[in-house]
Design a protein around this ligand. Structure first.
Ligand SMILES: NC(=O)c1ccc[n+]([C@@H]2O[C@H](COP(=O)([O-])OP(=O)(O)OC[C@H]3O[C@@H](n4cnc5c(N)ncnc54)[C@H](O)[C@@H]3O)[C@@H](O)[C@H]2O)c1
Ligand SMILES: O=C(O)C1=N[C@H](C(=O)O)CCC1
Length: 269
């Protein structure tokens, strides 16, 4: 048991944090060594298992990430952009693999990860599921095969707590479609239409975000032309798909050289 890679989970009380704790505890390939929450959170100082309403797991929730990371071989981090940038620096210091599921990071945020990736492995993806990462490949292929007579729209739906839009997954799919077309997503993305927008611009990739109830995550890539439409769809019904992918990335990262990777690397797609 002591030989198994030790995993620290940030944002331990969150929707994904709790799912990750369960996934690591149930795994025969890893052990839970740390649970981190933000300063002032009422779970700090409590056993994580008891705080989650179950039996004690022998891991106390801490607000001192570096202490927890120093005991870990990997950190799995589904929190918020500002927290993730700080965690990247600390994971690099601790030489721990940093698996980042956090979405809503800006280009400037992401640029701050590069110096950390000189010292430690970083695996980052807006979606850690096998299905979505496979779908990015299909999206690229379909976009490559069709010309701009087909309008591309990415439509996503998530629960009403989600704070960022478009979702990280929608942006991954948009990137894949843009790559297939041989264009830069930044040059063609049409986000947040409202009012008299004018007619749709040929070649644009549009994004629509729906927020409601407890939707785990749904993504459609629509290719719409005169007289026909193709729709590629992924529907997540359970957050375990993200947690399992993240744990797979943490284990995969143990044998990699420092650098930045994504789930396509992990899954070998
Ligand atoms: N990549 C994926 O596959 C995937 C899947 C699901 C969610 N996500 C992303 O993961 C993130 C979290 O989603 P969620 O639904 O679990 O949100 P959540 O709000 O339920 O959880 C976030 C947690 O992070 C904690 N946190 C914030 N700042 C912190 C800090 N400085 N130190 C320690 N903890 C801190 C919060 O207290 C909270 O417990 C979002 O960005 C979401 O989009 C990604
Ligand atoms: O619940 C969330 O938040 C999710 N975020 C990711 C995204 O932004 O795409 C993955 C799906 C769930």
């Amino acid at each position: 048991m002591e030989d198994l890679p030790g995993i620290a989970i940030t944002g331990a009380s969150g929707r994904m944090g709790q799912m990750l704790i369960k996934t690591v505890v149930e795994s025969k390939k890893a052990r839970l060594v740390g649970a981190i929450e933000r300063k002032g959170h009422d779970w700090v100082g409590r056993d994580i298992g008891e705080a989650m309403g179950g039996s004690a797991l022998g891991v106390t929730v801490t607000d001192e990430p570096l202490e927890a990371f120093a005991k870990a071989q990997a950190v799995i981090d589904f929190t918020a952009p500002a927290a993730t940038i700080e965690f990247a620096k600390l994971a690099a210091q601790a030489r721990a693999v940093h698996v980042i599921g956090t979405t809503g990071m800006t280009v400037e945020d992401i640029a701050q990860l590069a110096p950390c990736a000189r010292h430690a492995v970083i695996v980052r993806a807006g979606n850690m599921s096998l299905g979505v990462n496979l779908l990015t490949q299909l999206t690229r292929k379909v976009a490559e095969a069709l010309d701009e007579d087909f309008d591309i729209e990415v439509i996503e739906a998530h629960h009403h707590h989600k704070v960022d839009a478009p979702s990280g997954t929608a942006l991954m799919l948009g990137e894949a479609a843009a790559e297939g077309r041989g264009v830069e997503l930044n040059d063609v993305a049409d986000r947040g239409r409202d009012g008299i927008t004018g007619a749709r611009k040929r070649g644009d990739i549009g994004f629509t975000a729906i927020r409601g109830g407890d939707i785990v995550g749904e993504h459609d890539i629509l290719f719409a032309a005169a007289g026909e439409r193709i729709v590629l769809r992924h529907m997540a019904t359970d957050r375990t798909i993200f947690a399992r992918g993240a744990l797979k990335a943490a284990l995969w990262g143990q044998t990699q050289k420092p650098g930045e990777y994504d789930m396509v690397d992990v899954l070998g797609l």
